[in-house]
Design a protein around this ligand. Structure first.
Ligand code: HSE
Length: 309
């Protein structure tokens, strides 16, 4: 009988620029871990939160990992419970899907204790219950890629269907996280409720072009289609220096550059050979605007969350 389990769930870049709320990819370089210990007492207790974000609620109902595991436990009618320790590797409010990763790691670790483990698709809805605690709205573009890995398109909300999209070989994602906090709720609140028809057409063309280019390894098409004409123009003012950071990334050879999720992390897709120069250029641009940053260069691997111990 299993008595402990630890799961890792990767950070994610939601939207990937052109797929607001429906497209996201995993970032293998960073993530959250959840350690569970089986207890005879039913229920879920959070014992500690360690790592990069300590200021999070310990009440399971108010914590993304706690609520996600609780909903899994209740659905399975388990007669045992869990003590949980959350290890945050993803900075809070960074736009890297930290709340989703904790929820995903919790359900993947919990699944390891089930006599008949659930499929990843079945786990998705429990992780969504956790993510809803933090974001106050339902979108799956962080949870799905964290759970499944790679680049993931999600269609539907109540019964989401997901599709892993192939990423051309050798693509890297450069992530630059300026040292500032941005609230996802605020970054959603400022968005206009309506979209111009011409922008809708442009955005649809870019999303369709981007996805078909991923299937056909067409890097020129990815570069042409990598432009969010709806959300990025409205959010960029929330990130000091965004325009300069993007300009620097593109000048250094990026295929595309945009805001990761609700920000403030800015990401760029590129070929492996250009990644280091792009990282340097982006962080220098943030520095010109008085912002220090953390930086990662990551592959977009189709691995997703997994039990690691
Ligand atoms: N798609 C979401 C947004 C991701 O951009 O608001 C943030 O969690």
């Amino acid at each position: 009988m299993r008595t402990t389990a630890t799961a890792f769930a990767p950070a994610t870049v939601a939207n990937v620029g052109i797929g607001f709320d429906i497209l996201g990819h995993a970032v293998e370089a960073i993530g959250d871990k959840v350690h569970l210990t089986r207890t005879a007492t039913p229920g879920v207790r959070i014992q500690a939160i360690t790592g990069l974000a300590l200021d999070l609620p310990l009440e399971p109902e108010q914590n993304t990992a706690g609520q996600a595991l609780k909903s899994l436990v209740e659905s399975q009618g388990l007669d045992f419970g869990f003590d949980m320790v959350i290890e945050k590797g993803i900075p809070l409010g960074s736009g890297l899907g930290g709340s989703a990763a904790s929820a995903v790691a919790a359900v993947v670790a919990g699944n390891a204790f089930l006599e008949k483990p659930l499929t990843s698709l079945e786990l998705l809805k429990f992780a969504m219950k956790g993510e809803a605690v933090a974001s106050g709205s339902v979108h799956v573009d962080n949870i799905a890629p964290s759970l499944f890995g790679g680049l993931v398109l999600t269609v539907g909300i109540d019964f989401p269907r997901t599709k892993q999209i192939p990423v051309p070989p050798g693509i890297r994602c450069v992530l630059v996280h300026p040292h500032m906090y941005l609230s996802t709720k605020e970054a959603r609140r400022i968005l206009s409720r309506t979209v111009e028809m011409s922008d809708l057409v442009w955005q649809c063309a870019n999303l369709a072009g981007f996805i078909s280019a991923c299937y056909t390894n067409d890097l020129d098409m990815i570069r042409d289609a990598f432009e969010d004409v709806v959300v990025e123009p409205q959010r960029q003012a929330l990130i000091p220096g965004f325009k300069d950071v993007k300009r620097s990334a593109m000048a250094a050879g990026a295929l595309g550059c945009s805001i990761s999720g609700a920000g403030p992390t800015v990401f760029a897709w590129c070929e492996q050979k250009d990644a280091k120069d792009i990282e340097t250029a982006m962080s220098k641009a943030f520095l010109m605007h008085g912002l220090q940053s953390d930086r990662w260069i990551s592959e977009i691997e189709p691995k997703g969350a997994r039990v690691i111990a």
